[in-house]
Design a protein around this ligand. Structure first.
Ligand SMILES: *Cc1c(COP(=O)(O)O)cnc(C)c1O
Length: 389
């Protein structure tokens, strides 16, 4: 019988040791021992499946990967030290000099930095499409295009892309669709269901949910993950057993945290929509969101991030941030504590002004990651800061 998300998240564990501990122990070991020369030979030759060395695999990383695979509906995966290690290693494993990729313009700042600063020096070219003109995607595909890449919802604009549409184009041209599912987590959205070939997460965000550890993971078919694994076991971006142990436990509470944080986000978005000092609110499950129907089709709930624009441009934004009392001014997101950020001066500061605008970042744009506090306290804090503008 197929179990529900919540049940898999708490019950899917690796085998217990002879001590029969209820909570899976932490395997802080770099290597593993063999009985004899033959076992060692067979293990290195991959004739025998077992852990050899923690750069390749470890019981704790295996558990974390197995849970994410079940929750995403994927065959296989590999866990990384951070979300960016997952993004970079996945690209590096699958791309060669002379290749081309088609990407949404609106991607995480560091991913954008990879495309613009490092890929050109390896002769990998990127063509971009705006979140509002996906009709151009097919025309951007060249004979050397290897994949289409996107995030949905996007960071920080909270735009939504139609994965089935993109996957149809990818299949027609025999290329891959790779989706960064960080904002939604496996609980809110499963891109493989909508045709994605590989799904990437920064586990640092809502998967950890308490702002403690960095982590990343890529999941997909056995064959594709095999390539990602072979590259990664040589180059060493692997997740530490400790972080995997923390993140496996975090997954146990993901559904209840996400339910509450999404509820807080929807309530804040509805409140802000009526506020006179707010020029614009973006939240996937607000009827005013331009891709509301697609968000409803793809996502279980609207996510934990609300983007909004305060009156008064840069000065308005500055006054707002300087008067926030409870919410944290921090670059993280998906934490149990509500966080407000100013993408224009922080995470996306390196983008040229026209690129900022192209990805929906105006000078007064605020990204709010809703935490687990009581919604009235969150709204009160935001309200008193807006009053000062
Ligand atoms: C944070 C983030 C990343 C990078 O993750 P790290 O764990 O910080 O390396 C990648 N994609 C998105 C959408 C993110 O929000």
């Amino acid at each position: 019988m197929n179990k529900h998300f919540e049940t898999i998240a708490v019950r899917d564990q690796i085998e217990r040791t002879g001590n029969k501990e209820h909570s899976v122990p932490l395997y802080l070991t770099s290597g593993f021992v063999f009985d004899d020369a033959e076992e060692m030979r067979a293990s290195f030759a991959e004739e025998k499946q077992r852990d050899l060395y923690s750069r390749y695999s470890n019981p704790n990383t295996n558990e974390f990967i197995s849970k994410i695979c079940k929750l995403e509906g994927a065959e296989a995966g590999f866990a990384f030290a951070s979300g960016m290690a997952a993004v970079y290693s996945t690209f590096a494993a699958l791309l060669s000099s002379g290749d081309h990729i088609v990407s949404a313009r609106s991607v995480f700042g560091a991913t954008h930095g990879l495309f613009t600063k490092y890929f050109p020096k390896w002769n990998i070219e990127t063509s971009y499409f705006g979140v509002d003109d996906v009709e151009v995607v097919e025309s951007l595909i060249q004979p050397n295009t290897k994949f289409i890449y996107c995030e949905t919802p996007t960071n920080p604009g909270v735009d939504v892309l139609d994965m089935e549409y993109l996957s149809d184009i990818a299949k027609k041209h025999n290329i891959l669709l790779i989706v960064d599912n960080c904002f939604a987590t496996p609980y809110l959205q499963n891109p493989i269901k909508f045709g994605a070939d590989l799904v990437i997460h920064s586990a640092t965000k809502l998967i950890d949910g308490q702002g403690r550890v960095l982590g990343g993971v890529t999941v997909g078919s056995e064959a594709l993950i095999r390539e990602v694994y072979l590259f990664s076991r040589l180059t060493g971006p692997s997740m530490s057993p400790f972080n995997a142990w923390v993140l496996s436990k975090s997954l146990e509470t993901l559904a209840v945290r996400a339910d509450k944080q999404c509820d807080n986000a929807l309530k804040l978005a509805e409140y802000l929509e009526k506020h006179p000092k707010i020029k614009r609110v973006k939240y996937p499950f607000l009827k005013s969101h331009p891709k509301y129907d697609i968000a409803k089709k793809q996502m279980r709930l609207g996510g934990t991030i609300v983007a909004f624009e305060v009156e008064g441009g840069v000065e308005g934004g500055k006054t707002f941030f300087d008067n926030i009392e409870m919410c944290s001014l921090s670059a993280n997101l998906g934490d149990s504590r509500t966080i407000v950020t100013h993408p224009a001066s922080t995470t996306h500061a390196k983008l040229a002004d026209e690129d900022k605008l192209a990805v929906g970042i105006t000078p007064g744009t605020v990204r709010c990651s809703l935490g687990l506090e009581h919604i009235e306290d969150i709204i009160n804090d935001i309200e008193q800061a807006l009053d000062k503008i």
